[in-house]
Design a protein around this ligand. Structure first.
Ligand SMILES: Nc1nc2c(c(=O)[nH]1)N[C@H]1C(S)=C(S)[C@@H](COP(=O)(O)OP(=O)(O)OC[C@H]3O[C@@H](n4cnc5c(N)ncnc54)[C@H](O)[C@@H]3O)O[C@H]1N2
Ligand code: MOO
Length: 401
């Protein structure tokens, strides 16, 4: 069985960014991956401006109790006059600083009467002035290729006046579920049947990562049905995910069918619990990942092994999210021969230290653990782990996005 970290590395490298980029309007960039570095076109802010509603002065003109005539009232969007010596200009937040002024006095620290200003609280030199370029300087790289565009990145693009960018095409993923015991939701449940929950789950996981679900197919446990589904999926998709039928049972036909189609098996069986019977193959130059059928196993394998490959294929720069840590709150002692990934909730204790509370049932068919858990606690192999021990924590907020 392959070591978990080695398997994760190999899956994360089992593909590459798309061959060509496409142009995307700013308003449609949410969730897209930048295919170009973004270089600042303008200084941000483009000019010195006021951070407060108040009065622009030349600091040297200040003296306690001294009255300064108000030369002009200037609103945001208007160009101020140059400040005359010994005078002040009334201005508002966002107004460009008048030439000659170096300080803004906020209006709460002043008295205005008969068009003259008295400053009641001594100002600090240079106070409340936002300096040209203090945020971003022209020609600086503000966003790198491989960044996922979310609201902060949209703010940055817009602040630079950029309304079109080069992005990678959306990743097209196909899903294949197998198993004669499965029934589609909406259909009556017969004896010895269960609902197909992995199809919907994987479709949701794919969408959450900003990729497209091109097909969600279901095949009966026959070579013919599985082969026909593979033909469609390999034709239409960049990545194929199968679920179930990848273990050692007599109807576990996914791997043999893939091999019949000329697929090359790159790895099979990883030393992890849940998730052992996972396979990575290449067919028609496309990666195929076969996930174990148990719902929790499929979910965990997607989070830890498939999501890095998805990020790679999407052209993202960071494919392996950060791993956190926490103190395990448990009544059990663990001494594993496979890396175990417990479904846990992460909560801070009174000192703010993250505490990882495992779900009561840790079987790989326990679907109720999935909406409950915030992430996975990693129990290392050949190590006794008990209450309060510090273990690695894989937060779904990072590992599923
Ligand atoms: N003799 C052995 N048996 C098993 C082994 C083993 O090493 N030796 N490994 C076990 C482990 S670990 C796992 S995980 C499962 C995975 O097996 P498969 O990937 O071949 O999956 P199936 O046998 O098809 O299904 C397993 C389980 O999951 C249910 N399932 C499958 N697909 C769906 C779906 N779309 N929605 C909901 N539930 C699904 C299926 O009914 C089974 O209960 O193998 C162990 N066995
Ligand atoms: O590996 Mo299986 O995924 O333990 O249930």
């Amino acid at each position: 069985m392959l070591d978990f970290d080695e398997a994760q590395r190999r899956l994360s490298e089992a593909g590459s960014a798309p061959a060509s980029a496409q142009t995307c309007a700013l308003s449609a960039t949410f969730g897209r991956v930048l295919a170009q570095d973004i270089v600042a076109r303008v200084d941000l802010p483009p000019a010195d401006n006021s951070a407060m509603d108040g009065y622009a002065i030349r600091y040297a003109d200040y003296a306690p109790g001294k009255a300064l005539p108000i030369q002009q009232r200037c609103f945001a969007g208007e160009s101020p006059q140059a400040l005359k010596p010994g005078q002040t200009i009334r201005l508002f937040t966002g107004c460009v600083m008048p030439e000659g002024a170096d300080t803004v006095v906020m209006q709460e620290d002043t008295l205005e009467q008969d068009n003259t200003l008295t400053i009641t609280t001594p100002p600090a030199q240079g106070a409340h002035v936002r300096l040209r370029g203090e945020d971003v300087e022209q020609d600086q790289v503000v966003l790198s290729a491989g960044t996922v565009v979310r609201a902060p990145e949209m703010a940055m693009l817009a602040s630079q006046g950029i309304h079109k960018v080069q992005v990678w095409p959306r990743l097209r993923i196909g899903i294949l579920t197998t198993g004669d015991e499965l029934v589609a939701p909406g259909q009556p449940l017969g004896p010895a049947q269960i609902y197909n929950s992995n199809g919907a789950m994987l479709a949701g996981l794919v969408q959450h990562m900003g990729a497209d679900v091109v097909h969600t197919l279901h095949a009966a446990d026959t070579h013919e049905a599985i082969e026909a589904a593979f033909q469609t999926l390999l034709e239409d998709c960049d990545l194929v995910l199968t679920v179930g039928g990848v273990s050692v049972g007599e109807k576990d036909l996914v791997k043999p069918t893939l091999e019949l189609l000329g697929g090359k098996l790159d790895l099979w069986k990883v030393c992890m619990k849940p998730g052992k019977p996972v396979a990575l193959a290449t067919a028609r130059n496309k990666p195929v990942v076969c996930l174990p059928g148990n719902p929790v196993s499929a979910f965990v394998v997607f989070a830890l092994l498939v999501s890095p490959l998805v990020r790679r294929l999407q052209g993202r720069a960071n494919v392996l999210p950060p791993v956190g840590y926490g103190r395990l709150r448990t009544h059990s002692q663990f001494h594993e021969t496979r890396e175990e990934f417990l479904r846990v909730q992460c909560k801070p204790n009174a000192k703010g230290m993250p505490v990882l509370v495992p779900y009561a049932l840790q079987g790989s068919a326990i679907i109720s653990a999935l909406p409950w858990a915030s992430g996975l606690a990693r129990i290392p192999v050949n190590t006794v782990v008990g209450d309060d021990d510090i273990v690695a924590y894989y937060d779904f907020a990072h590992w599923l996005s």
